[in-house]
Design a protein around this ligand. Structure first.
Ligand code: PEP
Ligand code: MN
Length: 338
């Protein structure tokens, strides 16, 4: 249930509403906008249905939310949410944000050379996995804390913010010590214990869409994070599994345009995992920007043939540079900067 308050509502009236609804067992989430203050109420559907929220002084309108997700919905927050990362990077504003780097952190020297190249091309966030969700238990699982340290040191050296995946609730504190954004990967999108714990963290989180998740399921997972207190959530469309086998996944451009309508959260497009083929990555990136995404995540490697993971979808630094040149033209065409 979304309650829109009158422009002249007093703090006393707000507190009255909060007290009354708390007694009914409803949880309130307030969004104080420039023009309007809005309260999103969460609680048992039967209580919400019979509670006449209209009667409280200061209430202008009560909107029943049909979608199951509430806090992530556009009804709850009309304006785009902007997630601030580190000092000064804003995700969700007019400027597009580019995250790039290797699939896995492999060693210090390679990470340094990739960081230098992506920075030169205009990326502001360095990506790289230290805990890798591999299909086979016999494949490289990531360098763990050593990888986190490399990512963080190189990020600081090159003035890049950092993002890396956290797979286990027990690693959250560790990953928080090293990275600026926590990535919650596709395979863990419905790991509800992880979502709840990540909701308690005071760091931005990027939630990737599950491999076979519907848009509704994806937004419900984001709702878990917001409902547990963390509003700094960024969504990431990374392709879904369809009947098509010619590409690793099917990058769902529809989802980008639709999510911008349904939710106020920023959305990043990852055409590396979305296509699984390096020669298709630039096209996916351009399509994502044209559809209205707020940024890109791109895998870059200086020697894709030798990459420990995802070499087939990693761009060489020079290909990344030319993709960025092309993406800039699309960004300009849709009135975005990069
Ligand atoms: C990754 O970003 O390297 C990754 C494993 O992504 P996803 O969770 O989308 O497969
Ligand atoms: Mn990868």
């Amino acid at each position: 249930m979304i309650v829109i308050l009158k422009s002249d509502v007093t703090e006393e009236q707000i507190q009255h509403i909060l007290k009354k609804t708390e007694n009914l067992g409803l949880k309130a989430n307030i969004s104080r906008g420039v023009e309007k203050t809005v309260i999103g109420f969460i609680g048992p559907e039967d209580v919400l249905r019979v509670t006449p929220l209209e009667i409280y002084p200061g209430v202008e309108q009560v909107i029943p939310v049909l979608a199951q997700y509430k806090l992530v919905s556009r009804e709850f927050k009309k304006d785009n949410s902007i997630v601030t990362v580190g000092e000064g990077i804003q995700i969700g504003g007019n400027q597009l944000v580019v995250m790039a780097g290797p699939c896995s952190i492999e060693d210090l020297e390679k990470t340094r050379s990739i960081a230098g190249a992506i920075k030169k091309a205009g990326a502001t966030i360095l990506r790289g996995g230290a805990f890798k969700p591999r299909t086979s238990p016999y494949e490289f699982q990531g360098l763990g804390e050593e990888g986190l340290k490399i990512l963080s040191d190189v990020g600081k050296e090159f003035g890049l913010a950092t993002i890396t995946e956290v797979m286990d609730p027990r690693d959250i504190d560790l990953v928080c010590r090293y990275a600026d954004i926590l990535q919650l990967g596709a395979r863990n999108m419905q790991n509800h214990s992880l979502l709840k714990e990540i909701g308690k963290v005071k760091k931005p989180v990027m939630l990737k869409r599950g491999i076979s998740a519907t848009i509704n399921e994806w937004l419900m997972s984001a709702e878990y994070i917001l409902a547990n207190g963390n509003y700094d959530v960024i969504l990431c469309e990374r392709g879904i599994r369809t009947f098509e086998t010619a590409t690793r996944n099917t990058l769902d451009i529809n989802a980008v345009a639709l999510v911008k309508k349904l939710s106020h959260l920023p959305i990043i497009v990852d055409p590396s995992h979305g296509t699984g083929r390096w020669e298709l990555v630039a096209s996916g990136a351009k399509a994502g920007v044209a559809a209205g995404c707020d940024g890109l995540m791109i895998e870059v490697h200086e020697n894709p043939e030798e990459a420990i993971s995802d070499g087939q979808q990693s761009l060489l630094p020079e290909k990344f540079q030319s993709m960025m040149d092309d993406v800039k033209k699309i960004a300009q065409a849709v009135s975005r900067t990069i």
